[in-house]
Design a protein around this ligand. Structure first.
Ligand SMILES: Cc1ncc(COP(=O)(O)O)c(C=O)c1O
Length: 487
């Protein structure tokens, strides 16, 4: 019997899979889309190898893999056939996601149009100088260590742990590691029922927005401040009030009466990077008691300090249960794993757990287990030391380059973190600067987006975590040329 023509089995133009796996993908999708008849043999290994320009052994290995998966059967002297049980399979339509669909106007409008989107291009890493934020340098990531943890976490014996529905609970291993190796470095001693794992701190803020939305009282936030917090509260329908900051951080005396919550980023104020002084921290706690509000302390990048030691967290100073601490593993492990956590009074955590359960039940257990092992086996501590050292070097290189080339701008003093905040004189348009720099292959974050009213265009931010140290000064020089042209 004539075999199926090999000509319509084509490898994808680009793929990250091995050749064997690409053939498996092509043949298995031909089976599920009914493109292969049951009664005709597949092209022989020789025919398909010639058609695809690969070795016969590769096709042989792919066919045998599909036999193991019971998608194909091998018949003596007749070749490989689609397995008979595949005949009963519900077939997928040959229409693909890229088939154009007729556009119809959406019949409803949404409130998300009022949110501040993340404006960086998706291909940001194709730019020669991506001075953007919340991305890590993959060259610094301990891939082998991560792979080891992944392999161990995925062990067959552990399957009931990670494949089961954990309902609303978190990985006890991860909670234990966070308590022992992370929270105590911030002076925080919390019980298990005072901690909730989230999908990054963004999800933590969304959960908090949800559980505090019932109150009619507003939230006060730093202005300029973290758009991720603003978006979360805006989506929850909570009124927001901006609070100014100065070189010591948020100004407690400027917090109006009647707020239910105050959101702050004391370790490195977002986006200016100033560190809240010890005196301010104490003043903020006192004001919280006097004016009866809770504090959300977003302690991202607390570990990255190169000039002075990290200040104690506000949560560690709190004797009244008013501080809700939000942490993230985005900067220290990677933003792609999407893990963060909330530490707060157990009643707040109980509410947050219920809200999280409605959203997702729990963050993927397998990711929690891998990260727990990453801590347990010592990779986290070793990686943290490594990135601290590398970012320290980049921070000082940037500091020098900014002093040398961008002295015409005001640089906000900071003690660490992974970015710098620069401000031009009155009338300076950093949004235009951002646009021009993009054409030159340089990405920077425009500051306008971080103001509650989007009304100040003078500032921009340079994140340096992704740019190698050897390219930092050259990038700053390009920025300086464009700044001069705009002044
Ligand atoms: C102020 C602030 N908090 C938290 C984070 C981390 O967010 P996530 O944990 O959602 O990645 C970032 C990241 O850019 C940030 O700027």
């Amino acid at each position: 019997m004539a075999s199926v023509s090999p000509r319509f089995l084509k490898l994808p133009e680009t793929s990250q899979l091995s050749l064997r796996d690409q053939i498996c993908e092509v043949v298995s999708s031909a089976i599920t889309s009914e493109a292969l008849a049951l009664d005709r043999p597949l092209p022989s290994c020789r025919e398909l190898a010639e058609q695809l320009g690969v070795s016969r052994n590769t096709v042989f290995a792919a066919y045998n893999r599909l036999v193991d998966l019971e998608l194909l059967v091998s018949r003596d002297r007749s070749g490989y056939f689609v397995a008979p049980q595949m005949a009963g399979l519900k077939k997928v339509s040959s229409r693909t996601a890229s088939t154009p669909q007729q556009e119809v106007p959406c019949p409803v409008t949404f409130q998300t149009k009022n949110l501040m989107p993340i404006v960086n291009p998706l291909d940001w890493n194709a730019y020669p100088y991506p001075f953007i934020y919340n991305q890590i340098d993959p060259d610094l990531f301990p891939v082998d260590g991560w792979r080891e943890c992944t392999r161990q976490a995925l062990g067959r014996k552990k399957m009931t742990v990670w494949a089961s529905d954990s309902v609303e609970s978190d990985s006890p291993q991860l909670i234990k590691q966070l308590r022992q190796r992370l929270l105590n470095t911030r002076g925080i001693y919390a019980n298990e029922d005072e901690i909730l794992i989230t999908l990054g701190s963004q999800n933590a803020l969304y959960i908090l927005g949800t559980i505090f939305a019932h109150s009619a009282k507003p939230v006060a936030l730093e202005d300029p401040g973290f758009f991720g917090a603003r978006n979360a509260f805006r989506l929850a329908g909570i009124e927001m009030i901006g609070v100014p900051i100065d070189s010591d951080g948020l100004i407690p005396s400027a917090i109006p009466a009647g707020c239910q919550l105050v959101f702050t980023t004391p370790s490195h104020q977002f986006p200016t990077m100033v560190t809240m002084s010890q005196q301010r921290r104490e003043e903020l706690l006192q004001t919280a008691e006097a004016k009866d509000f809770l504090i959300i302390e977003d302690d991202y990048e607390a570990e990255m300090n190169y000039v002075a030691k990290s200040s104690p967290s506000i949560r560690s100073m709190d004797k009244t249960g008013r501080v809700i601490y939000v942490g993230s593993l985005s900067k220290t492990i990677s933003p792609g794993i999407r893990l963060g956590f909330i530490v707060a009074h157990r009643d707040i955590i109980r509410e947050a757990r219920v809200a999280r359960g409605v959203m997702m039940r729990h963050p993927p257990t397998i990711v929690q287990e891998i990260v727990a092992l990453f801590f347990q086996l010592g990779h986290y501590d070793s990686h943290l030391r490594n990135i601290e050292r590398r970012y320290n070097k980049r921070w000082h290189t940037m500091n020098r380059a900014i002093t040398k080339h961008l002295g015409m701008l005001l640089r906000t003093d900071s003690e660490g973190g992974t970015s710098f905040w620069l401000t031009g004189p009155d009338g300076f348009d950093a949004s235009e600067l951002t646009r021009r720099l993009r054409e030159k292959g340089v990405l920077v974050d425009r500051g306008q987006d971080y103001y509650l009213k989007n009304d100040d265009k003078r500032s921009f931010r340079l994140g340096f975590a992704y740019v190698p140290v050897s390219k930092l000064e050259a990038g700053v020089e390009i920025i300086a040329d464009e700044v001069r042209a705009l002044l």
